[in-house]
Design a protein around this ligand. Structure first.
Ligand SMILES: C[S@@+](CC[C@H](N)C(=O)[O-])C[C@H]1O[C@@H](n2cnc3c(N)ncnc32)[C@H](O)[C@@H]1O
Length: 186
């Protein structure tokens, strides 16, 4: 497991992903998906498995100056693509994290975690979900979408281990809250 905040370079994979996502995002702007989650001004958001950063610009605008966007990916080329976007669009409220699990973020500091098209990739799923559970506030939302998986499989996979329970769903997102592991006593 690695956590670092620097990366450089380009890769054909990320370039292709970026190109495909540009078309995808033209057909369905990412803001439409983010509206389902209820992202607000001032929110601290973690985009786990951000890829080339389709959600980063809309997120940065939605959370505003008081908010923060942490864009995390295990692929250094994805992180580099987001770093370039941050420079090009001048997004001071965005920070990138190169990691495959640990975020380096403070416990209970995050209002929303996005896990979009990532669940089917996760090898150490429980470890990642534990880390997301640690950084999410008790009132936070874990928003999941994965067009490679059926709805019931997403709910089962994210609910496994009892860390999260389904709270609400949109057309394209399944949104989870932290399970009350203390039985209501905090
Ligand atoms: C299909 S892309 C989705 C990108 C973005 N979330 C989107 O929907 O536009 C999946 C991304 O998740 C990243 N990923 C997969 N497993 C990961 C892990 N354990 N930790 C961090 N990133 C991961 C991959 O490197 C890839 O960039």
């Amino acid at each position: 497991m690695t956590t670092s905040r620097r990366a450089t370079g380009v890769s054909v994979d990320i370039w292709l992903m970026s190109l495909t996502y540009k078309l995808r995002d033209l057909l369905l702007p990412r803001t439409e998906i983010l509206k389902e989650v209820g992202i607000r001004e001032g929110y601290f958001v973690l985009d786990f498995g951000c890829g080339p950063g389709s959600y980063v610009l809309p997120l940065s605008r939605m959370v505003g100056e008081q908010g923060r966007v942490y864009a995390l990916d295990r692929n250094p080329f994805a992180v580099d693509a987001v770093n370039r976007l941050v420079l090009k669009k001048q997004l001071p409220n965005v920070e990138t994290i190169l990691s495959d699990c640990h975020t380096g973020l403070a416990s209970e500091s995050i209002d929303a975690v996005l896990l979009y098209d990532v669940v089917h990739h996760l090898e150490a799923r429980y470890n990642v979900l534990s880390e997301l559970h640690r950084v999410l506030k008790d009132t936070g939302v874990l928003s999941v979408g994965d067009h490679h998986l059926k709805r019931d499989d997403i709910i089962r996979m994210v609910g496994e281990g009892g860390l999260f329970e389904l709270a609400f769903e949109g057309r394209r997102t399944h949104n989870f809250r932290k399970s009350d592991l203390n039985g209501g006593k905090h």
